[in-house]
Unconditional design. Sequence first.
Length: 429
Amino acid sequence: MSASPLPPRPPGDACARSSGDACPGALRLHRADDGALARIRIPGGILTPRQAGVLREAAERFGDGELHLTSRGNVQLRGLSADCGAELAGLLSGAGLLPSERHERVRNVVASPLSGLDGRGAADIGPWLTELDRLLCASDRATALSGRFLFALDDGRGDVDALGADLTLLAHGDGGALLRVGDTDSVLRVPAADAPRAALVAAGAFLDAARDTGAWRMKDLPGEAAAALPDDVRRRLAEAGITGAARSRPRPATAPPPAHGRLPGSREKDALSVGVPLGRLDAAQWRLLSGAGGLRLTPWRGAVVTGVAPRRADGLLAALAKAGLITGPGSPWAGVGACVGRPGCAKSLADVRADAGAAVGPAGRLPVYWSGCERRCGHPHGEWIDVVATPDGHRISHVRGDRTTGTATVRDDPAALAAAVAAARGAHT
């Protein structure tokens, strides 16, 4: 069984440096085959009930009526009319979902969704999230970041640290914070109170390093520039009055997302973790989910409902399950993901959501992600079964980090495809 690196991102990528930063936002709509698309950044995935209601209203008024969750805990609206931009922006602004029009596409922040809820983690990173978003929106320089540059705030449990963000802040057991610059084991320890400011300083260092390189993200920096960046960040932190001591903090091989169901560790209020099949919610599902309590969208296309009265928790879980959401480990949809595929994406070679639905079976040990083309938009990190539509059929591979093994192609045979995917999900140990 041979191993090979994942293929590089094709030059036709929508956010390739050579073609300008065309990543969609709430103000810059993206043209897709099923209409215009808007991507609303939601730092940390945290929505108030009013904001959730406004998103549902926008989906019903302007789009296909569905809310599509992304791998960064954001929301996409699809099937929008091309002329709805001004009305959509006004609706979102009124709900506080566009605090700065100039910064709306750079508010890419994922955060540990269970922080402060289950008694785990080294600290509640909620204050970091609030302050980092404030600093981003107040920074003229930050507007130069690309629509894909990603910040991650990890409370120490290692969940979002595993997502390969450009800059990661991790709460540490000694009361400080660790700043990871890029996808390396090298971190800088900074005072917890200075952590959000340190992340912004590091983002500025990246922008200077990337100026003549064509890099949109940390991983795009040439080797010499990438190697020099941590020392440059430490120097800039010192100039900003922030102490940054170098340390080594290896990233864990795997860091699971929240288990689906009622979460342990809550006290006066419970929290519920649910998965969303293929990240797609209709208006009724969204209304039920967002009306149950506070909402935290996760980078795994799921949601955590907070503030649930214990006496209501079991009944609410049953209602969410009846509505088609994933509320426990036995769901056949657990771990199944897909890009939008046909007919929404012109680049897709197949209706991979329909293919994924036809192949759903018993839950496997590994997650599986279906992609309509080699771009693999929204694919997970870590280890998964990669199913890619090609002109010759569906190619199935086992991905672990940046390497693939066990590649096989199944031609137009739905039953054989389902069997091969099920075997791949459970065969690797």
